[in-house]
Design a protein around this ligand. Structure first.
Ligand code: SAM
Length: 292
């Protein structure tokens, strides 16, 4: 740890950092040249990724609004990422002004940003936590009654489980959360799939993440991702490309076309459809069991 309590591993601007790469892909400003270079390498292998991250954020907005409308008042956002637009509490509060949101990330730099920009009132907290220790996360967020696990809660794990290489471990993490949440709670997951990427392009993207702060990325199949929801009741339409999950218009609206420089790496192809290249699959499932 440094004198200020934050591990220097997270501050190294020369090592691409997954939160900052994601910020780059979203067109944000919180990144360094090494992050931009990594994002460009990923976008070179999979130009659609720029579109995919926007679809992922739009999915987050739709789901949080729907769950808040369904009466969910508590949200735990695991793998929060750097603050961007339409963060969970901002969406939820438009429906439920008193919604409580716990932001959790294992990157202390993300947590510092979230504490400064997101946790600005008593109903929002931002804490350091590793999803590999789900019980510890639940202990922290329930401290002093911030989150009440006897009441329904939404656990959001968006674009984060693919950083766990071991599928059984990823499933165990989700199961630990599932076993601790009250009936009427929801689990929301999005996850990368390789889609129709060529072996060479996939290898380039995977190698780029291997050299990042996360150490790896593990795209999974539809069936593997669907299995994370075992023991829960999947909401319609199931596990689908995130842009197909209850789109706001009859045809899935693709997120605004990327404006950042490396999106120009695209050659020849028109704007991707929601199933070209790598795809984020997403689903929302309800806990119907009242074991707690
Ligand atoms: C790609 S961003 C996703 C941000 C946001 N969830 C979204 O979908 O827009 C992934 C985030 O997960 C965090 N992360 C990666 N591994 C994690 C872990 N083991 N525990 C908690 N957070 C993790 C990263 O630091 C990063 O902020």
């Amino acid at each position: 740890m440094d004198a200020d309590g934050v591990t220097s591993q997270w501050f190294n601007p020369d090592v691409p950092n997954v939160a900052r790469i994601y910020d780059c892909l979203l067109g944000g400003k919180d990144h360094y040249p090494a992050d931009l270079a990594a994002a460009a390498k990923i976008a070179e292998a999979a130009p659609e990724v720029v579109q995919r991250v926007r679809e992922n954020r739009e999915f987050l907005g739709r789901v949080v609004r729907i769950l808040a409308t369904e009466g969910i008042r508590q949200f735990i956002d695991i793998g929060t990422g750097l603050p961007t637009q339409e963060n969970v509490h901002q969406v939820a509060r438009r429906v439920t002004p008193a919604a409580r949101v716990a932001y959790v990330d294992n990157d202390p730099v993300v947590v510092v940003h979230a504490q400064a920009l997101l946790a600005t009132d008593e109903d929002t907290i931002a804490i350091a936590g590793d999803m590999c220790e789900p019980a510890a996360i639940l202990r922290q967020v329930t401290e002093q009654g911030f989150i009440d696990l006897t009441q329904p809660v939404a656990i959001l794990m968006l674009a984060v489980l693919h950083f766990i290489p071991d599928t059984a471990q990823a499933a165990q993490i989700v199961a630990t959360f599932r076993e601790q949440i009250a009936a009427g709670s929801y689990m929301v997951i999005t996850h990368a799939t390789a889609g129709d990427m060529s072996e060479g392009d996939l290898a380039q993207a995977v190698q780029t993440y291997a050299a990042s702060s996360a150490g790896s990325i593990t795209p999974r199949s539809h069936d593997q991702i669907e299995a994370f929801f075992d023991g829960l009741e999947l909401e319609v339409p199931g596990v689908v490309p995130v842009a197909h999950w209850r789109p706001l218009s009859p045809e899935p609206v693709l997120a605004e076309r990327a404006t950042i420089e490396f999106s120009r790496l695209r050659s020849g192809k028109a704007t991707p459809t929601v199933t070209d290249g790598p795809v984020f699959l997403g689903g929302v499932a309800r806990n119907t069991s009242s074991r707690r």
